[in-house]
Design a protein around this ligand. Structure first.
Ligand SMILES: [Zn+2]
Length: 107
């Protein structure tokens, strides 16, 4: 089975935090900041458990908040075909210069 948190080379996973209540078998959405998940925890404990901590636990677990395409190295490297073209352009330019110099001073 494939791990859904596997990070592909073209994606960056943004980590986050999710509050879960094992007593109620519920969970809040994944938050980007730990403080937000802690706020969820405090709110749920107050609303559902009169401010008390469930004995079976209500941990904040790390979860995938988001994933974004990696910007770097997304495009394949540019082909190096320009260098030979430039080399031939320089050779042609050199030949033309030699012809002109020969025409001007060769006589
Ligand atoms: Zn609960």
């Amino acid at each position: 089975m494939e791990d859904e948190r596997e990070q592909t080379p073209n994606e960056v996973i943004i980590p986050g935090y999710r509050y879960t209540c094992l007593k109620c078998e519920t969970q809040d959405p994944v938050r980007e900041a730990l403080e937000e998940a802690q706020a969820d925890q405090a709110r749920h404990r107050q609303d559902a458990h009169s401010g008390m901590e469930p004995m079976v636990g209500d941990p904040i677990v790390e979860a995938e908040y988001d994933r974004k395409p990696a910007l770097a190295e997304e495009d394949p490297p540019a082909p190096k075909a320009e260098d030979p073209v430039q080399l031939w352009q320089w050779i042609g330019f050199g030949i033309i210069v030699l012809i002109v110099l020969n025409f001007l001073f060769g006589k």
